[in-house]
Design a protein around this ligand. Structure first.
Ligand SMILES: Cc1cc2nc3c(=O)[nH]c(=O)nc-3n(C[C@H](O)[C@H](O)[C@H](O)COP(=O)(O)O)c2cc1C
Length: 193
């Protein structure tokens, strides 16, 4: 099994990464493959709504910035860990941009003769997801919602949601100082089979 972690934090070794890593620790006990992508390294452009991925080249984004290579990685994974810190009570800009690029290119809209819109997903069947959201407040609902929406419309079932409130206010206030949180992350990793 392949697990791909998507880290939406600008900090490559911050709390988001620590939680992904702890899940990976559990996953590796069962000899599954793990890989993390730090969105800060991908330098993805914004979706400019050109519409090519809907009409001229279905599912293929024409922006030449490495997104299609990254999409292949996503398609090869069995489980996606979509992880972000809260920023201004939402996902980070890196994560929002990734959600836009992924969803806009892989969601299929069709309007039938009666004018009804039907939606389907180009994402290969059988993939599952885990969502991680954490922040220094306990108001994280708006942060998880954009990820919930994209997993829903792309038909990628969410098998776990790890929501960690009240961390990261100061340097000392990190997730690895919360044994119950790290234990939960480890358990999530161990449970994947
Ligand atoms: C610019 C900025 C904005 C933030 N906005 C929020 C917020 O709206 N809600 C919240 O709960 N935490 C917020 N935080 C706190 C981070 O989510 C928290 O520090 C988190 O642990 C950072 O994760 P990381 O170490 O993976 O980057 C903000 C932090 C920064 C630096």
């Amino acid at each position: 099994m392949r697990i791909l972690g998507i880290n939406g934090s600008p900090h490559k070794s911050g709390n988001t990464f620590k939680l992904i890593s702890e899940i990976f620790r559990g996953v590796r006990e069962n000899n599954h493959q793990c890989e993390v992508v730090h969105l800060v390294d991908l330098h993805l452009d914004y979706c400019n709504w050109c519409g090519e991925c809907w009409e001229a080249t279905p599912g293929v984004c024409p922006i030449d910035d490495g997104f299609m290579e990254h999409l292949r990685q996503i398609f090869e994974a069995d489980i996606l860990i979509v992880a972000t810190p809260s920023s201004t009570r939402s996902v980070t800009g890196y994560m929002k941009n990734w959600l836009d690029r992924f969803c806009n290119s892989q969601l299929v809209w069709e309007v039938n003769k009666e004018g009804q819109v039907t939606k389907s997903s180009r994402v290969p069947e059988g993939k599952q997801s885990i969502i991680i959201v954490q922040g220094c407040t306990d108001k994280l609902q708006e942060t998880i919602e954009p990820i919930n929406v994209v997993m829903d419309v792309l038909e990628i079932p969410v098998i776990e949601r790890l929501v960690v409130a009240k961390v990261g206010l100061t340097e000392d206030d990190s997730v690895d100082k919360k044994p119950e949180v790290m234990q939960r992350a480890l358990q999530i990793g161990r449970s994947l089979s």
